[in-house]
Design a protein around this ligand. Sequence first.
Ligand code: ADP
Ligand code: ADP
Ligand code: MG
Ligand code: MG
Length: 534
Amino acid sequence: EEHRIVEHRIPNDAIKIVRLPAERGRLVHQYGQNGFRLYGLPTPVEGRVVGLLGPNGVGKSTALRVLAGLLKPNLGASDGAEWDAIVRAFRGTGVQRYLEDLRDGDLRAAYKPQRVDRLPGRYEGTVGDLLEARDERGSRATAVERLELGGLLGRRTDELSGGELQRVAIAATLVADADAYLLDEPSSYLDVGQRLTVARALSPLAGARRVLVVDHDLVTLDVACDDVDVVYGDPGGFGVVSRPLSARRGINQFLTGYLRSENVRIREDAVDFLRRPGRRVSDEEPVVEFSPLAASFPSFSLRTEAGAVRRGEVLGIFGRNGLGKTTFAKLLAGAIEPDDGEVAGDVRVSYKPQHVEPSYDGTIRELFEEAVGDRGRAFETGVRRPFDLEPLLDRDVGRLSGGELQRVGVALALARRADMYLLDEPSAYLDVDGRTSLATHLRAFVEEGAPCLVIDHDLLLLHYVSDRAMVFEGTPGERGIARSPESVRRGTNRFLKTVDVTFRRDPNTGRPRANDPGSRKDREQKRSGDYYVA
Ligand code: ADP
Ligand code: ADP
Ligand code: MG
Ligand code: MG
């Protein structure tokens, strides 16, 4: 199959981001004297969903807080700026009107912050009460239906899981009577099915209003957005918001690392999990074998088919939230005993839990010394360098950002000596570059022999990194059925049937893109059973 990779071609005069003159655009805000600087703002457009795509630390949340009216930009002046000057700085751009309306109090923005885990304390009562209180335009019934929240209405908001809280927070934002809806990382904690549900609900729920979405999940952005603005720069140093591009072009150019309209090269290499290389299926001996297993909690039961994890493989675990994936990982790790069946193989398992708690009191260096001791060169080349821990070593564990904590958690799990590794949702909080390097290093890591199980909801990452797939089906929160490990092709098809979505390839980059439901390709692929064009 031939693909024209036209967007890979980078002209010789492209400006490298490292040499980027800082004056490239309008300085919108600067934190402190030598602090982070944000150049430019994304342009919310009526009736359109605009995505913001960029690495951690380049000011995406800052830009959203400015547009939400929560942060008055200072234009770089230590004593702040007047609204008239702010508006003047954006004269002739698409944001001018927006800022004028914000200045005059004629614009209401509804904002969903990045960290939903901090929300529950702020509401009392049930999800139903909350949505009723927030519903200013009589749209909550539609929101509940579109976001599939019917089953949660009677639940108390302080008893929701991360994924439930995220969807409730999104609904509570979208039922407000606002001119602009600003959503910071809505895909966090959501499974693939829920990400698609949210992505498809934004435009119908917002109607003619403006929507701005920051996210790192390319499938979510691709499905949700009409336009994508790329944010690039030097994380923690400065960030620049690109001109708006169509969603397809924005994502493609971000991945290939070259922004054509600005002639800027934002990354050294193209992101490389666009196309999965062919891999031989391992015929090596099993490290762990399990008979059909059963485990149950008062309101949930899990059954698995028999299977094995083989030397040198990444076994990808696919499935919606609440189907028992974490429970299965704990069964294999010996952390819980099955009611029925057995796990054979006397193996040491190193496990990265789904939620990495920053409970350790000390620095990263101390944490690693205590947990894994001096593992010498193996640690140096296998873990410390790939996960870029050097700049974090003397920081306190309690003061890391979500993405940094995740990197430390994964690195720590891989640094322990073990016969098998289990990573539960390692891509959470990572940006696209972090996910790429995670995928690359995991591939190199399993070459050493010990297999690795990966549970994740970034479909592109999971598909790319896996040698075989294990799919969880059933009714979330009630009953899970885990299929035997199978080829990635069969497993991906099986999984995508459960979430009812098909993927095609982007002709320019080879990147998998979700088909529109009911489109010709969608119907054709469903008929032939090729849900994921690999
Ligand atoms: P992103 O959302 O792209 O990850 P943010 O807008 O959260 O980026 O942050 C951009 C940079 O600004 C980061 O280096 C962050 O540490 C810094 N920053 C964010 N908020 C503040 C603040 N209130 N004071 C000082 N620095 C901040
Ligand atoms: P997944 O990782 O696929 O999202 P989990 O294995 O975490 O699923 O959970 C599956 C179901 O089992 C959920 O409904 C969860 O509430 C329930 N569950 C998990 N652990 C326990 C436990 N220790 N006690 C009671 N119920 C539990
Ligand atoms: Mg952010
Ligand atoms: Mg889980």
